[in-house]
Design a protein around this ligand. Sequence first.
Ligand code: KG4
Ligand code: ZN
Length: 331
Amino acid sequence: MKDVIILGIESSCDETSVAVLKNGREVLSNVIDSQIKIHEKFGGVVPEIASRNHVQAISNVTNKALEEAKISFDEIDVVACTYGPGLVGALLVGVSYAKALSFALKKPLVAVNHIEGHIAANYITFKKLKPPFLCLIISGGHTHLVHIKDYTEFEILGKTKDDAIGEAYDKVARVIGLDYPGGPKIDKLAKEGKPTITLPETYFENLDFSFSGIKTAVLNLHHKDPKINKADLCISFEIASTNMLLKNTKKALEKLKVKKLALAGGVSANSYIREQFTKLGKDENIEVYYPEIGLCTDNAAMIASAGFYNYKANKLAKLDLNAVPNLKIGG
Ligand code: KG4
Ligand code: ZN
């Protein structure tokens, strides 16, 4: 088969990213222009500011991605972009740019679901990983347990009823005075703490999650005693929230009778979570996969990889493609 060069674009939140991949798994370039510094002072992403910065960055990021990949516009075979879920104004920048490129280059356009992109990050890190497997997607916007039946066939087994786990991390961090995004800072501080605080864990009959209870419990504790040991609070929060992830994932593995599990999304960079899931893998004889740290948070390489599998399945988009801010997985 002829090599397929795919250009991927990601702009769903606060990262403008463009990547060039060969055959869906080989990264020729993956340029990420993060706006974290800009949004940091607001304690979270400001949608309008995010859109404006995407507009300013997208051409330069694209040129840089092509330059690093040593690829010219003419050599691109497919253009892929995230079309949801995410911030509508931010998504529209990537979608419009991708449509313009596809039209100008006369090359097919592929629309990618951002969550499916997170899953595909594992295909880049593990060249031999193939469906079926179970995937736990844990990010700033999503907490999903998904059965990956095939590259483009998904079944949601459970999801959060309220906050995403990353949202809980970021909120807890903000309250105890750590900068946005708080996840990596909690990860670091937790290593100095002792698990002295018992926090509530929420479970349901099915495989759904809830993180609002634990988040509120942490906020109340800090409110009652602002001098509470922050490191102890961080590790206690990590333990209780990871227990919820572990228990539901174990249930899902038993239900599906699969022996392969992948983690995905920004929160899958967390060192305590990785340690616990590695232990689960050993105890239960399950293969456990995590994307390399740089591919856990938002990037266009994962979008290009997912786009490649949509392209192979002939799932092409038309030039009337629009952003879908609340797009569901498999949608
Ligand atoms: O996947 P992502 O970049 O964006 C979404 O699609 O939502 O995830 C960002 C989230 C943030 O909530 C951030 O705090 C969290 O991932 N995160 C972490 C770590 N690194 C990033 N959370 C816990 N531990 C980390 N090491
Ligand atoms: Zn993401």
